[in-house]
Design a protein around this ligand. Structure first.
Ligand SMILES: [Fe+2]
Length: 325
């Protein structure tokens, strides 16, 4: 990593980091004065409005007043206090009651990795509510075709399927230009990953990763093989149902969603320790893709429909985490 260097033409030196002013012309503050200043700044730390690291005044706008969950200050805007030309960056609050708590002993690894102290909500930055943006030019032509994007000397083994659906926001508005990334085990239930030592063989023609960008209707689709179930070290005889992992960026980082999609009719779903962490069973149902015969290709492959809602009252669940979406 490059070290920070002095700005050309300035007298900045690394030793000045953390000091408000260094120079022989100014007297060094007394110990008592420094203590007083430190006390004042510490007392303001929790919950204080954080100053913007930069402003956009030159472009006719400036730092948006956001609340603790990324919502622009509606009241301030209505009262005419802001009057800024920021993009509309309001987001629904998440319904914490349908998301799995971070500490869920039924999913054993959550015990060690869940936080021990209450979380702090931080003010979102401008980049978190207005980006990222993606272009189809950034993707390869086979990125959404898992049947071919890793194939070397043949096709992957397994049941070929199509997965498709729409990415919407909480108001039902299609989210165009959204990056959707997927990863999964092969038909035997094994990931192409060095830590996966399951006895199922690696498929030389299947990588298990893909990505796509939603079109103007918020629509996405990809081809793949139906993943197999696999055991995992949760409790004795714990098995994961067939599933595909999803990462969806939305139109802003605060919408980021990482979740899992399951398949309608899978008998392992009621036994899954990870789905069991979802407190709202109707919300868990929304993680199950439905068989979609209307989109199936006759004599070729079945299709599954999986719509994704970012934030809002119909938000798709975050994968056992509350943070980051
Ligand atoms: Fe998995």
């Amino acid at each position: 990593m490059r070290k920070a260097s002095a700005v050309k033409g300035s007298s900045f030196k690394g030793s000045q980091i953390g000091s408000s002013k260094v120079g022989p012309s100014k007297p060094v503050p007394s110990k008592a004065r420094r203590a007083k200043a430190n006390k004042a700044s510490l007392s303001e730390a929790p919950g204080v409005k954080v100053a913007a690291p930069f402003s956009f005044r030159g472009a006719g706008s400036e730092w948006p007043q956001l609340d603790r969950d990324g919502q622009k200050g509606r009241m301030a805007r209505r009262s005419g206090e802001t009057g800024r030309s920021m993009p509309d960056a309001e987001f629904h609050q998440r319904d914490r009651g349908i998301h799995p708590p971070a500490h869920t002993p039924v999913y054993k690894t959550s015990v060690l990795r869940s936080p021990r102290i209450p979380l702090w909500s931080l003010q979102n930055s401008l980049s978190e509510v207005t980006g990222p943006t993606f272009s189809p030019d950034e993707l390869g032509p086979l990125d959404n075709d898992l049947l071919r994007n890793y194939a070397h000397d043949g096709e992957p083994i397994g049941e070929q399927i199509i997965v498709h659906g729409y990415v919407l926001d909480g108001n039902g508005t299609p989210l165009a230009g959204t990056l959707v990334e997927v990863w999964q085990a092969n038909a035997g239930g094994r990931y192409r990953h060095r830590n996966d030592t399951y006895i199922a063989p690696i498929d030389p023609n299947f990588g298990g990763c893909g990505r796509m960008i939603t079109d103007e209707r918020g629509y996405y689709f990809f081809r793949t093989v139906k993943p197999g179930a696999y055991p995992f070290r949760n409790y004795v005889n714990s098995w994961r149902p067939a599933h595909i992992h999803f990462s969806v960026f939305g139109t802003a980082f605060v919408q980021r969603l990482i979740t899992q999609m399951y398949f309608e009719g899978d008998p392992l779903i009621p036994h899954d320790s990870i789905i069991a962490t979802v407190p709202d069973k109707t919300a868990a149902e929304r993680l199950i893709a439905r068989l979609d015969l209307n989109a199936a290709l006759p004599l070729e492959c079945l299709a599954y429909r999986f719509d994704i809602v970012l934030r809002g009252s119909r938000q798709t669940l975050f994968e056992n985490k509350l943070q980051g979406s």
